[in-house]
Design a protein around this ligand. Structure first.
Ligand code: ADP
Ligand code: MG
Length: 267
């Protein structure tokens, strides 16, 4: 049975897409069967997985509107080792079209169900908003991975997301929990980042992943080659950190089985 995770944070530019594609590649490299779902109309996770969003005949848009199945629309990225359910600008229109449909928040969940046995992990890259698309992601998922930069106001910025996750948990998806907070673009030389990191651990305890993703230029360069850093330069510091994160996720997922939802802890 596939474990489904959303990578979400309502802020843009915080490392969601970088986290999604590198975790997908990291998991694939340790033998996990991975489907990466791009829920952002910008299609950055699609392009960053070696799939040209302009060439796609079927995307997650068709899947949400039930004109294609996941099996039909997902393509395998040879370079990256995982399947990609891609997105392009067409997806921006889905927001409006979904409003008129029944079970509009559960379209992705319903679409993923038949593909459940095909994957160990489904990773969903969410857009930087708490929109109907993100809601579809949250309704499908067992958990949320929250990438965050250790900056001033980092904790405050989390409040909206935590509240949304709580509401989804209460009303739409009782499986949903915060799997963990991932510190990204981390620079240990900056005292403030170290302080915020300590604060995060004080507040969220073991919800903070042990793996820390450093600020690393190779991770930033990789998308222009249409690759996750883990594939583009496996020896780079940032890539090694994502490999560690992938291992940690595998362990964390094992401990998930039968665990009670611990949203309260993340409040
Ligand atoms: P989001 O999906 O949240 O908008 P991205 O993953 O696209 O964020 O990251 C925003 C920018 O920061 C991108 O240009 C990306 O290449 C860069 N970036 C992300 N993580 C790192 C990192 N660890 N080190 C250096 N640059 C990074
Ligand atoms: Mg993104």
């Amino acid at each position: 049975m596939a474990k489904i995770f959303c990578v979400a944070n309502q802020k843009g530019g915080v490392g969601k897409t970088t986290t999604t594609v590198n975790l997908a590649a990291g998991l694939a490299r340790i033998g996990q069967r991975v489907l990466m779902v791009d829920l952002d109309p910008q299609g950055n996770a699609t392009m960053g997985s070696g799939v040209d969003k302009r060439q796609l005949e079927l995307t997650v848009y068709d899947v949400l509107l039930e004109s294609a199945s996941v099996q039909e629309a997902a393509v395998f990225s040879e370079k990256c080792g995982y399947h990609v359910l891609g997105a392009n600008r067409e997806l921006a229109g889905a927001e409006v079209e979904l409003v008129a449909l029944e079970q509009r928040e559960r379209r992705l969940k319903a679409a993923l169900a038949p593909a459940d046995a095909d994957y160990d992990f489904v990773l969903i890259d969410c857009p930087p908003s708490l929109s109907m698309l993100t809601l579809n992601g949250l309704c499908s998922a067992h958990g949320v991975i929250v990438p965050m930069q250790c900056e001033y106001f980092a904790l405050e910025g989390l409040t909206d997301l935590v509240n949304t996750i709580r509401q989804v948990h209460a009303n739409l998806n009782t499986d949903l929990q915060i799997i963990g907070l991932l510190r990204v673009m981390f620079d240990p030389r900056i005292t403030l980042q170290q302080q915020v990191s300590d604060q995060l651990k004080g507040h969220f305890g073991d919800k903070v992943f042990d793996a820390v993703i450093p600020r690393n230029v190779r991770l930033a360069e990789a998308p222009s080659y249409g690759l996750p850093g883990v594939v583009f330069d496996p020896a780079a510091k940032g890539s090694l950190a994502f490999e560690e994160f992938a291992q940690e996720m595998v362990v964390r997922v094992r401990s998930l089985h039968g665990a009670a939802p611990s949203i309260a802890k993340a409040a």
